[in-house]
Design a protein around this ligand. Structure first.
Ligand SMILES: NC(=O)c1ccc[n+]([C@@H]2O[C@H](COP(=O)([O-])OP(=O)(O)OC[C@H]3O[C@@H](n4cnc5c(N)ncnc54)[C@H](O)[C@@H]3O)[C@@H](O)[C@H]2O)c1
Length: 368
């Protein structure tokens, strides 16, 4: 049994990871600055006796040094998480995500632990992988804004259509937002410095995580949280493009287990590993499924026929590496998890700031 530090452990995934570790007999220390956009204006967390909680920023060297005392392993989940927002709050994202990880790694070098597991992201892939009509696997770049303006959403290969296929870790990064860039830096800093100093480093590239506890009032987070917040406030979900873009929705309890396995599995050391459900859904389908489960089928998703700068058309996970190296097998599907999600949502109050977030992007020309 060990003592593990979770940076960013008061967030959505971090709290599930705390529970997972405690259930497996470990001790948990959390360092989190309780970012207001995520946690609201009231500072402090409710009584959390089972966790050693330190309210501090990951850029605070002294606090990080203290937090690392006698720790066996570190999970780094601390990050600012809004893709769209990262395109205009550049300094904030680079500072929190990259300088934060730099400070953490600097202190880990001075006070080594056995293993560091960092939360990376599917966003670093850009577009997922595709196959041509002839069966050739191809990597495509960002879609040209001229095509997006004309509503030609699907990437093409020499003028011909493509079939999206599961994306594995060999896909080269194609960074299309400051958030993606900052996650890539977090991942590489961790794997590079761990390798150099004989510490085990693992990066989990998370796909779209959902489940109870997701951040509802942060309009910059995941699509299911944003749709839930709209529906809770009696408003139709806003769907970019035509809603046929496909994503991989993975339940947060599966993600928490993947993190624990990534800390334990010997063969994971030094690897970047996708964590998804291995299934995919269109965004419009998800909006409709959620509206039905929340008994608001009248709130028909509003298809915006506009694209956000940096958004990709399709990206869903090939999870073979997680199966091979972590023994990871997803246990939850989106469909079977919706009743649980809606049950949790019924006790929640969410501030609908989605319109405000969309206006921020539009004013800056980040929606075409
Ligand atoms: N939720 C997803 O779908 C998803 C997908 C891919 C990657 N990720 C990554 O997983 C991690 C956790 O995401 P989440 O969904 O739980 O987000 P979250 O916003 O709920 O949690 C992040 C936590 O980090 C804390 N934090 C932010 N900056 C900090 C700093 N400088 N110092 C200390 N604490 C800080 C916040 O207060 C928050 O509690 C993040 O690194 C995110 O980039 C999440």
């Amino acid at each position: 049994m060990g003592l593990f530090l979770i940076a960013g452990g008061a967030g959505f995934i971090g709290r599930h990871l705390c529970r997972e570790l405690l259930q497996h007999g470990h001790k948990v220390r959390v360092l989190d600055s309780l970012v207001e956009q995520v946690h609201g204006p009231t500072s402090g967390v409710e009584a959390w006796p089972e966790v050693d909680f330190i309210e501090a920023d990951l850029r605070d060297t002294a606090a990080v040094r203290e937090a690392l005392t006698q720790v066996d392993g570190v999970f780094n989940l601390a990050a600012e998480v809004g893709v769209g927002q990262s395109m205009y709050e550049v300094e904030r994202y680079v500072a929190a995500n990259d300088l934060g990880t730099a400070v953490l790694m600097q202190e880990v070098i001075a006070q080594p632990v056995k293993r560091v597991v960092v939360a990376s992201s599917m966003s670093l892939y850009g577009e997922g992988l595709y196959r041509t009509e002839a069966g050739e696997r191809v990597e495509v770049g960002a879609r040209p804004s001229t095509a997006l303006r004309e509503g030609r959403w699907e990437p093409e290969w020499e003028g011909a259509p493509l079939l999206p296929i599961p994306t594995d870790e060999s896909k080269r990064p194609d960074l299309s937002s400051v958030y993606a860039l900052s996650k890539y830096v977090q991942e590489r800093l961790t794997l590079m410095l761990c390798a150099a100093y004989g510490i085990e480093g693992v990066a989990l590239r998370l796909f779209n995580v959902f489940g109870p506890g997701q951040q509802l009032s942060n309009p910059y987070t995941g699509v299911l949280a944003i749709f839930s917040s709209r529906l809770l406030n009696g408003a139709a979900p806003l769907v970019f493009e035509d809603g046929q873009q496909r994503r991989d929705f993975v339940h947060v309890s599966d993600v928490a287990r993947a993190f624990r396995l990534a800390m334990e599995a010997p063969s994971a050391a030094g690897q970047a590993i996708n964590v998804g459900s291995g299934r995919n859904h269109s965004v419009a389908e998800v909006a409709a499924l959620l509206a039905t489960e929340m008994e608001r089928p009248d709130l028909v998703p509003e298809i915006l026929n506009k694209a956000r700068s940096g958004d990709v058309r399709h990206c869903f996970a090939d999870i073979s590496r997680a199966r091979d190296l972590l023994g990871f097998e997803p246990t939850r599907t989106l469909e079977d998890s919706l009743p649980e999600l809606v049950d949790w949502l019924s006790g929640q109050h969410a501030l609908d700031r989605v319109g405000e977030a969309r206006r921020e992007l539009e004013q800056r020309g980040l929606v075409v």
